[in-house]
Design a protein around this ligand. Structure first.
Ligand code: NAP
Length: 245
């Protein structure tokens, strides 16, 4: 029997795959044989050399700012595309999301760009019966006192997973999502680099630890594999049980 988690001969695109969770997901697919393309905001792979949580070895890099709608629409996709993971994300701290500029910046990247990217990859995914995975957050399911745009954008991302899944299942595209809990990355440094805040956060996680990009890769591999052929429109919480109560 063939290994359902062997992605040899498959092509994967991870938008926001230069860092953190997306980078871990990209390597998860690469380690299982896929040709993996990643995008990030910087001009060249060298710009990530000194960055912690960013390893571009064995991945094909493309520069793409998803807030540039023309750039997303005109993005040169690989000839074939089997799996697309939308992992781009941003946040604004110090109550900036309460102001118009901060709100717009977060909604543009965390929500509008998901639809722009999904629209752009749909024809290629439909060609081969592909899988689209949207990375949201457990922030979708509760209030975030300092980050109204982040929480709203992630709730909307969960909603989008359902709508796109229903709309595109007939074309052979399976759309699902992952809602990570707390994973140390450059996005969450403000919490995870602060010993007191990190300990407080871990105390609320039944699994007793923060998540890793590899934990998220496990869910992405499952969702993209034939093991999940009948899983449609679901967002899996991968949070160590953090949101159980
Ligand atoms: N870390 C967590 O605890 C956690 C929890 C729940 C959900 N998430 C979600 O997981 C996803 C990945 O986040 P992360 O924690 O891994 O953070 P990260 O390390 O900062 O990664 C974010 C990725 O998004 C890319 N990106 C940001 N703005 C972009 C833009 N305008 N255009 C194109 N790409 C852009 C970044 O590119 P550059 O590398 O060029 O900056 C990077 O590849 C996000 O959607 C985040 O909301 C994270």
């Amino acid at each position: 029997m063939s290994d359902p988690l062997d992605f040899t001969g498959r092509t994967v695109l991870v938008v926001g795959g230069t860092s953190g969770i997306g980078n871990g997901i990209a390597h998860g697919f690469r380690e299982r044989g896929a040709a993996v393309h990643v995008t990030g905001t910087r001009a060249s792979p060298g710009d990530y050399a000194a960055e912690e949580g960013s390893d571009l070895a064995g991945l094909t890099f493309h520069s793409l700012d998803v807030s540039d709608r023309e750039a997303v629409a005109g993005f040169g996709l690989p000839d074939a595309l089997d799996v697309v993971v939308l992992c781009q994300g941003t946040v604004r701290y110090r109550r900036e999301e309460f102001e118009r500029e901060g709100w717009d910046a977060v909604m543009t990247v965390n929500l509008d760009s998901l639809m722009d990217c999904a629209r752009a990859v749909r024809p290629k995914l439909a060609e081969g019966g592909g899988s689209l995975i949207i990375v949201s957050s457990v922030g979708a399911y509760h209030a975030m006192i300092g980050n109204p745009a982040y929480a709203a954008s992630k709730a909307a991302a969960v909603s989008l997973v359902g709508s796109l899944a229903e709309a595109w299942a007939g074309e052979g595209i399976r759309v699902n999502g992952i809602a990570p809990g707390l994973v140390p990355t450059k996005l969450t440094k403000v919490t995870t680099d602060n010993a007191q805040r990190a300990a407080g956060a871990v105390a609320r996680i039944p699994a007793g630890r923060m998540g890793t990009p590899e934990d998220m890769a496990g869910a992405a591999l499952f969702l993209a594999s034939p093991l999940a052929d009948y899983v449609v429109g679901q967002t899996i919480r991968v949070d160590g049980g953090m949101t159980l109560s």
